[in-house]
Design a protein around this ligand. Structure first.
Ligand code: IMP
Length: 427
């Protein structure tokens, strides 16, 4: 049995796409289980760069089953565009399967996301404006529409009518904007349904069967632990469960079936969107790292906020995910620094805090306590063996692993598949 969950250990954008792409080489099936097209993976294959938001990046290999599970919220327009984009670049999506229970992102979800952010003004969450929150709200309120319903026009028509009436009333009365025309939405979504029909499947069954027959199944997490709706920096979080347990819920597999949980840890920290960020570097060094690391959102193009590595937050991540290993990415971005820092504790009103607080409110005021290590000041992109990394780089990596209490299983030193140093078999 070999089922590996990959999750982001920080605030997303840890370089999961790269690690997942690397592991997907050995996988038979790659599964997305939460989030939606708020995610964005950039995968570099040779000279080519692929940007994916919904379809598991395993699709680039051609022979892997790629599954979008029930816990994902799907904007069918975006999904169809992605299938089309891959097709134009010579990549077939015939190994793609989609859960009929996955909820649909409807046009009113994106509209309400934008209106709500606008109204929050200075208190906005900084969402990706893709309608993710409103779609999960409807799911929890049991007024969501699911992909499978697109195959049943009569049911869809009745449910859509009821929901749309309510949404249009909300748009008109709460926000004073025009609503959506029922006929148009129905026709558009039925059209999407026809195009998605070949991909629909009982995905929980497929995934469990694959695990049971000994296939290698990879669960591709989106976003990151600190954006988890329960275990992240609420309310500055996304609306799903990026933590490892989210894979079980969103894909429909029992926790006993998961063999490994790897946390992807970027060698520094970034955050896109609002909310607390204790180790943020609001200075020239932060801008330098942003530029060296091309830290601009894959989905929204927003500049990411940059900071030092935060071992306090990472210890929390290791705990709530149950990491069995960490993959450290983007180490090369720090190549030129004279020294690197790691937050090992926080200070709050003069008191030392060793563990991540269970409420985000105080986080704005904490002062990180840093440990400073020497930089390696040499390019490491061409290194292929751990032993060939500069001593200072190895020292930094080993310190991270010790501070979090989790073994390191892989190091990434560049954007391409080849710039990867695996330290042990990963499946
Ligand atoms: P939402 O997921 O669009 O509702 O956005 C909620 C928060 O999660 C915002 O701070 C977003 O910037 C952040 N977020 C959502 N998806 C990602 C991602 O894939 N990477 C990094 N941040 C994300």
């Amino acid at each position: 049995m070999s089922a590996v969950v990959i999750v982001g250990a920080q605030w997303g954008d840890e370089g999961k796409g790269k690690v997942i792409d690397f592991l997907a080489q050995q996988a038979d099936m790659v599964v997305r289980h939460q989030g939606g097209n708020n995610a964005g993976h950039t995968v570099v294959v040779g000279e080519e760069e692929f940007r994916l938001h919904l379809i598991p990046s395993g699709i680039l290999y051609g022979d892997k089953w790629c599954v979008i599970g029930a816990g994902v919220v799907i904007d069918p327009r975006v999904l169809l565009e992605e299938i089309d984009y891959l097709g134009r670049r010579g990549i077939a999506s015939d190994h793609l399967r989609i859960a009929s229970q996955a909820h649909l992102i409807m046009p009113y979800h994106a509209r309400l996301d934008a209106l709500s952010e606008d109204r929050l003004g200075a208190h906005k969450l900084g969402t990706t404006l893709r309608g993710i929150g409103p779609a999960y709200m409807d799911k929890a309120a049991r007024i969501g529409l699911r992909v499978g319903e697109l195959m049943h026009p009569a049911t869809l028509a009745t449910r859509l009518q009821r929901v749309l009436e309510e949404k249009n009333r909300l748009l008109a009365r709460a926000y004073d904007v025009e609503g959506f025309a029922y006929d148009e939405v129905l026709e558009t979504y039925l059209g999407y349904g026809e195009q998605l029909r070949p991909y629909l499947a009982n995905t929980a069954l497929l995934i469990n069967q694959a695990i049971d027959r000994g296939d290698r199944v990879l669960f591709e997490g989106a976003q990151g632990t600190m954006l988890d709706i329960d275990h992240g920096t609420y309310p500055f979080v996304t609306s799903s469960h990026p933590v490892a347990g989210g894979a079980c819920i969103g894909a429909g597999v029992g926790p006993t079936k998961i063999s490994q949980v790897y946390g992807v840890v970027k060698a520094y920290t970034s955050r896109v969107g609002d909310g607390p960020f204790p180790t943020e570097l609001r200075n020239a060094l932060g801008s330098d790292i942003r530029d060296r690391g091309h830290e601009y959102g894959t989905t929204t193009g927003r500049p990411r906020r940059i900071g030092w590595l935060d071992a306090v937050a990472l210890r929390h991540a290791a705990r709530v995910n149950g990491f069995t290993g960490i993959a450290v990415t983007r180490l090369d971005v720090l190549d030129m620094l004279e020294e690197v820092k790691i937050a090992v504790a926080y200070r709050y009103h003069g008191e030392r805090i060793d563990e991540f607080p269970d409420h985000a409110e105080g986080l704005d005021d904490v002062e990180p306590e840093y440990e400073t290590l020497p930089g390696w000041q040499t390019p490491i992109g061409a290194v292929r063996k751990y032993a060939d990394l500069p001593v200072a780089a190895r020292h930094y990596l080993e310190r991270i692993s010790t501070l979090i209490g989790v073994p390191m299983v892989l190091v990434s030193v560049g954007r391409e598949r080849a710039n990867t140093i695996p330290l042990q078999p990963l499946f």
